[in-house]
Each structure stands twice: as C-alpha cells, then as structure tokens.
Design a protein around this ligand. Structure first.
Ligand SMILES: NC(=O)c1ccc[n+]([C@@H]2O[C@H](COP(=O)([O-])OP(=O)(O)OC[C@H]3O[C@@H](n4cnc5c(N)ncnc54)[C@H](OP(=O)(O)O)[C@@H]3O)[C@@H](O)[C@H]2O)c1
Length: 319
C-alpha cells in the first residue's frame, strides 16, 4: 500500500501531528492531486480547534481548509474543501471545484492571500448591490483580511475607502497606499465614535471584521451622524475579532435604510464562489493584492501552529 505524510487533527485540544497514512485513491469522478501549499488562517485554526461552523464531527482528519495543488495534467489549481482537510501530500478533489491558477503563480503567495482576500471579494461581489463609486468603510482594516479588503474594494471600483483599525503603523501603511481616510480605533470611545462619525457617516457599505462591542459603538456613531437616512447602508459581518455578539436598538433599523447581513461559507452558493474566485485568483496572480507568506515545512506543522503571524504575514505550510 502506498503511504503519504499528512498533518492530522487527532484532538481539538492539540495542534495537528504529522503522521503517515495510506495514500488517497480517487473514486469515479474524482482526481488525486499533489498539495503544494496550505495557508494557516484563523478559520484553519478554528476548524482544527473544533470552534468553526465547518469543524469536522469525527477525528482524526487532515488539518487545512484550502490548498494550492498540482493536478494530474500539471496545471495549478486552488481548492477549498474547508472541514475535509488539505494538509496531506496528496488529496482527492472533485475536479469541478478546482479553481484554475495561472502558470507561474507563486503557490505560497496564493495560499497566504486567497482566504483573506476572498472575504471582501465575496461580500462586495455577491452579498451587497455594490456599484463602482460606492464608498466603503473597512472596520478592522489592520489584519490581513481587512487590509486586503481595502485593496479589493479599490480593485472593484469603490469610490471613497475608509480604513478603521487599532494598529497605528498599519493604518499609516494603508494611508501611504492611498486609502481616503483612516480612523484609529482606541479605548477612548468618545474620540473613536467622533472620528468614525466624521469619516464614515455617509458610507454605502461597511465590511466588518470586528463585531462585538466595538461594532456596537461604530454602528451608533455612523448611524447617529448620517444625514441621508434613506440612503441604503449595508453592514456586512465577515469576522469576529472583537466578539461574536452585539446588542442593537430597533430604532437603528427603523430610522435608517440600514441592512445587516453576513458573508462567509454558508451564505453564498459554492458554484457562485467558484465563478468569483477564478477572477480573484487572477487578480492575486497579477500582484495587485498580496499577503506575505511565512513558510513552514509539513514536518514543522506543530511549530507552524505555535507561530503568531506578524502584521501582514500569514503562516503557510509548503509540501
Ligand atoms: N467570512 C469570511 O469569508 C472570512 C474570510 C477570511 C477571514 N474571515 C475572518 O476575518 C477575521 C480576520 O481574519 P484575518 O485573516 O485578517 O486575521 P488576522 O490577519 O489575524 O487579523 C486579525 C486582526 O484583527 C485585529 N483585531 C483584533 N481584535 C480587534 C478589535 N477588538 N478591534 C479591531 N481590530 C481587532 C488585529 O489587528 P490590530 O492588532 O492591528 O488591531 C488583528 O491583526 C477573522 O475573524 C476571520 O475568521 C472571514
């Protein structure tokens, strides 16, 4: 029997461990592919810790939510089976779900960038009626997904783009890259609310990576300062770095054309994502939006799990 190496989640309380397992075999309509690079994203860690809505019910399974792979015909592809696991030298895929990757694309860069970038791409392309010229507030713009959202919004034709976040030097970087306004989120709630009100009162879309109490404050600030109450404001919940729940006054929903919705796996049909991500892969391959990979070997998967990414980098396992 042919064997391969894989990083298996054996317990939700431990990092994945490298084990030797039987090589996968393709059933009819499936394809065995070589895995080249796997990003270790917040969702990847959440799935392996049993804390994500796509976490597996039964263990052990390979860790990894997505992968850049080499197909049997030699071409590159991006796949994202989420809870099914990708951190193995070879995996089985449904060829219909493989997103083509242009020749010459760096697998590590794509593995680092796809997950952060797809969060805003999906939201703007499939969840809200976003049009070129619309203004966008990115709430939580200093992480990988938030800072990529600024670039994605621009790429998709946004007008005014406002970046709100905690980390001053990351905000400075975003300003240097051409964002229209930055808002520093600080423990001073009054100052934060005033800055949000001044910069973002009339936005069309909020891409929210924070949620929780900071978003309660941001919603009050933006809605309280809005002058065009019937102008639609779509507030898209994408990440929960500041908490998973919030309290919202019914008044906020009645007194403005204010809509709250989420964007993620589960809120968008898979075939729609497939279509959208082909274009996103091409945009990343062209170099317009990049998260810096921090590479680890498969043998060092436990070290990779313990590693805390510096701002702007993403742990990637290279196989
Ligand atoms: N729904 C989707 O499709 C989708 C896809 C990808 C990611 N996500 C989610 O998006 C979130 C961010 O992912 P990521 O890849 O950007 O992770 P990341 O690179 O680790 O960035 C997270 C950032 O959140 C910021 N942060 C933490 N607590 C905060 C708070 N209370 N207020 C403001 N900012 C805060 C931190 O930046 P500072 O320290 O600079 O403040 C941190 O760098 C995660 O929840 C992830 O699961 C969702």
């Amino acid at each position: 029997m042919s064997m391969i190496n894989a990083a298996l989640v054996e317990s939700f309380d431990e990092p994945p461990h490298v084990r030797t397992i039987p090589a996968p075999e393709a059933a009819v309509g499936q394809e065995v592919v070589d895995v080249l690079a796997v990003g270790v994203h917040p969702a990847t860690r959440g799935i392996a810790a049993g804390k994500h809505y796509t976490s597996p019910k039964n263990l052990p399974v390979p860790a990894g939510a997505d992968a850049v792979v080499r197909r049997a015909d030699g071409s590159l592809a991006f796949v994202m089976p989420m809870g099914a696991g990708t951190l193995a030298e070879r995996i089985v895929i449904d060829p219909a779900t493989a997103i083509p990757v242009p020749d010459g694309t760096d697998p590590a860069v794509l593995a680092a960038t796809m997950n952060p970038a797809l969060s805003s791409w999906t939201a703007l392309r499939t969840r809200v009626p976003f049009e070129a010229g619309d203004s966008v507030l990115v709430h939580g713009a200093t992480g990988n997904a938030g800072s990529t959202a600024v670039k994605v919004a621009r790429h998709l034709g946004a007008g005014r783009v406002i970046a709100a976040g905690r980390n001053r030097s990351r905000l400075d970087d975003l300003q240097a890259e051409g964002v229209d306004a930055v808002v520093r989120l600080t423990p001073d709630e009054e100052a934060t609310a005033a800055a949000l009100a001044e910069a973002a009162a009339e936005v069309d879309v909020v891409l929210d990576y924070v949620w929780g109490p900071p978003t309660e404050l941001a919603m009050r600030a933006v809605l309280g300062a809005r002058t065009q109450h019937t102008r639609v404001l779509d507030w898209v919940q994408i990440g929960g770095m500041g908490g998973d729940a919030l309290t919202l006054s019914g008044h906020a929903l009645r007194s403005n054309a204010f809509r709250i919705l989420g964007s993620g796996f589960g809120s968008v049909e898979m075939d729609v994502m497939q279509r959208e991500f082909t274009e996103l892969v091409a945009a990343i391959a062209a170099g317009g939006m990049i998260v810096r990979p921090r590479p680890f070997s498969l043998a060092d998967v436990e070290k990779a799990w313990a590693h805390q990414d510096a701002p702007g980098e993403r742990t990637v396992i290279l196989l």
